[in-house]
Design a protein around this ligand. Structure first.
Ligand SMILES: [Zn+2]
Length: 347
């Protein structure tokens, strides 16, 4: 695979300040230092890393654009995540995955004479994706946990994930109905889980600095809607929707002093399972919220406010109801149980 990708060995001398950061993580890791490989992007953009598990020579592949775009401590957090995968995928587990691959290929060969190879192979690929995919989701959560333990800094882990998502143009938040089917939890859920594991939270004033730009995500945040006389207010623990406002400038409005003609509805973030910016009809942005009881609300937004709103949502994401409200694991202990169940399931 490395030859196909034209990857090159990454030598310690070429790592600069990153060398010390990776050495700290290796010193805390439970496995021997993996060999490092560089994926040259030659001006292309794929900022990510891969853990290549092996019983003989585990390797970590880092893309050149990842090394160029992220700070050394952020690359360290990504590296720690990959180490988390390698610590988990050792010996017996690798052999089980290999057996699974061989079993699926044999299944394809045995079924091909009966139903035709062109029909059976897509089926086998789908089965493989399903079997591996449902395990990989809990692996990702556990690797995030390990990245936190190895790097020791929740905010650096989250900043690294934010930057990788930004460079890959991936959404921070996924629709509630489909999030559970994704291999990776959404960025928002990953950040939420990391902060909960670290016992930290984002309260009130947060200055997020990404790619050299500082964005003010101060709460409370007033924001006009696309429809006349509508607005939203994001406070530390709740969101409110306003209709019938009698002012065009909401920034200075005192929520307590609104006239009787204004309709106000408020919900605490902890009573929502989804709060994200989506595209509505004709591509216009809308703020979508879904309550724990399933109540959905779509609030049309002006096109020029979404950046600041996205950062404010990053601040309040932590408070949204956990995935476990819909029966999916999100706590570390639940994740571990699912992981053990997955391994037993393979045997
Ligand atoms: Zn991963």
């Amino acid at each position: 695979m490395l030859a196909l990708l034209r990857a090159e060995p990454l030598r310690d001398e070429s790592l600069g300040p990153l060398r010390e950061r990776l050495a700290e993580i290796d010193a805390r890791s439970l496995i021997a230092k993996p060999s490092l490989w560089l994926l040259p992007m030659h001006g292309g953009q794929w900022s990510n890393a891969f853990a290549l598990a092996s019983t003989q020579r585990p390797r970590v592949l880092l893309s050149s654009s990842l090394l160029e775009a992220l700070q050394p401590e952020e690359v360290g957090a990504i590296y720690a995540h990959e180490i988390g995968h390698l610590e988990y995928l050792t010996g017996l587990r690798i052999r089980r995955l290999q057996l699974l691959e061989i079993g699926l290929i044999l299944l394809a060969v045995l079924l091909a004479p009966w139903v035709g190879f062109s029909l059976v192979w897509p089926f086998v690929v789908l089965v493989a994706l399903h079997l591996i995919g449902k395990r990989k989701r809990s692996w990702e959560t556990d690797a995030d946990q390990r990245a936190l333990e190895l790097s020791g800094d929740a905010e650096t882990c989250i900043r690294a994930l934010v930057e990788v998502h930004r460079l890959a143009l991936l959404p921070r938040r996924l629709p509630h109905v489909s999030e559970g089917a994704e291999i990776h939890p959404s960025l928002a859920r990953r950040a939420q889980a990391i902060r909960r594991l670290a016992g930290s939270s984002v309260d009130g004033v947060v200055e997020e600095v990404v790619a050299g730009s500082s964005i003010d995500s101060r709460l409370p945040l007033w924001m006009h809607g696309a429809k006349a006389r509508t607005a939203i207010l994001l406070e530390n623990n709740r969101i409110s929707w306003f209709e019938g406002l009698e002012t065009d400038s909401v920034e200075d409005v005192d929520p307590q002093a609104l006239s009787a003609s204004t309709t106000v509805q408020s919900t605490r973030y902890r009573d929502l399972v989804e709060l994200r910016v989506d595209r509505g009809l004709w591509g216009a942005p809308v703020l979508v919220s879904i309550a724990v009881n399933g109540t959905k609300r779509s609030f049309p937004l002006p096109t020029d406010v979404t950046t600041r709103l996205q950062w404010a949502l990053d601040v309040v994401d932590d408070q949204l109801a956990l995935e476990s409200h819909r029966g999916r694991a999100s706590s570390p202990s639940e994740g571990s149980r699912r992981r053990i169940a997955a391994v037993l399931d393979l045997s």
